[in-house]
Design a protein around this ligand. Structure first.
Ligand SMILES: [Zn+2]
Ligand SMILES: [Zn+2]
Length: 253
């Protein structure tokens, strides 16, 4: 599915979103769950390109619903993985950094057959501009995880926002409070994003919002400046949403 010319949302990647940027070479934003790798590779073939043309994989953050497909994709391409240092760690079996896993697995140094470590080739600096699609600015937006980043394509006013903010059915929402996330840093990151002008929002879940995205985001921030607390969210809002089959974003519509 092409969102705008050369920017695709890979269809059928379940729960989380994987985006593909098509130029002379190819770039992925995130990799989805482990079983999304096959879909990504098939989609690349379907649009008449080849996996070996994939040069870079930009990670928005190191949660398994976004990094799980990386090994399956790396098997078929020589892509370089790019992620923020704060979502990586040193691992004695590799030179340099690897993607961090969530929770206790991050710090385990022994080999676990079900946990492969993905090497990270490049750790961008704040505001670094990557040579993709006319210049892709790296914005460090910690909170959801320490190393969450958004990638901003200035040419098209397009923001790849990972799990920092999402859109669905034309509405923008914040990510739900998450055990382990940092509410204060998250709030500061949202303020930085509210000062940015972007027309198109491609979040890590939901459906992309094309047109007026930053306006929609600012109006959400003005309407509902506070996020629910973690316990409010899980003990009040989640049960009511499950009863009414509604989505699990942090906003009540
Ligand atoms: Zn996440
Ligand atoms: Zn996610």
């Amino acid at each position: 599915m092409e969102i705008i010319r050369g920017i695709h949302a890979v269809p059928g990647t379940h729960i989380s979103r994987v985006y593909l940027i098509e130029e002379d070479d190819l770039t992925l934003i995130d990799t989805g769950l482990p079983w999304s790798a096959g879909r990504v590779l098939r989609y690349i073939r379907r649009i008449g390109r080849q996996a070996r043309e994939l040069r870079r994989i930009l990670m928005t953050h190191s949660h398994p619903d976004h990094t799980g497909g990386v090994h399956g994709i790396l098997k078929h391409s020589g892509a370089r993985v790019i992620a923020h240092r704060a979502d990586t760690r040193e691992y004695r079996r590799h030179e340099g950094q690897v993607l961090a896993h969530t929770g206790m697995f991050t710090h385990i140094d022994t080999y676990l057959p079900f946990l492969k470590r993905a090497p990270v080739s490049h750790l961008p600096k704040e505001d670094e501009i990557l040579p993709i699609a006319g210049g892709m600015r790296v914005l460090h937006t910690p909170g959801h995880t320490p190393g969450s980043v958004c990638y901003f394509m200035e040419r098209d006013g397009l923001l790849f926002s990972g799990d920092t903010i999402f859109s669905d059915h034309g509405r923008v929402s914040r990510s739900m409070p998450f055990p382990g996330s940092d509410a204060e840093r998250y709030r500061q990151s949202l303020e930085c994003l509210a000062a940015l002008d972007f027309d198109i929002l491609c979040g890590g879940h939901g459906s992309p919002l094309v047109g007026g995205a930053s306006r929609e985001f600012r109006s959400l921030m003005n309407r509902k400046p506070q996020l629910p607390t973690w316990s409010e969210f899980f003990f009040k809002r989640v049960p009511s949403r499950l009863m009414h089959h509604r989505g699990l974003s942090a906003e009540d519509y």
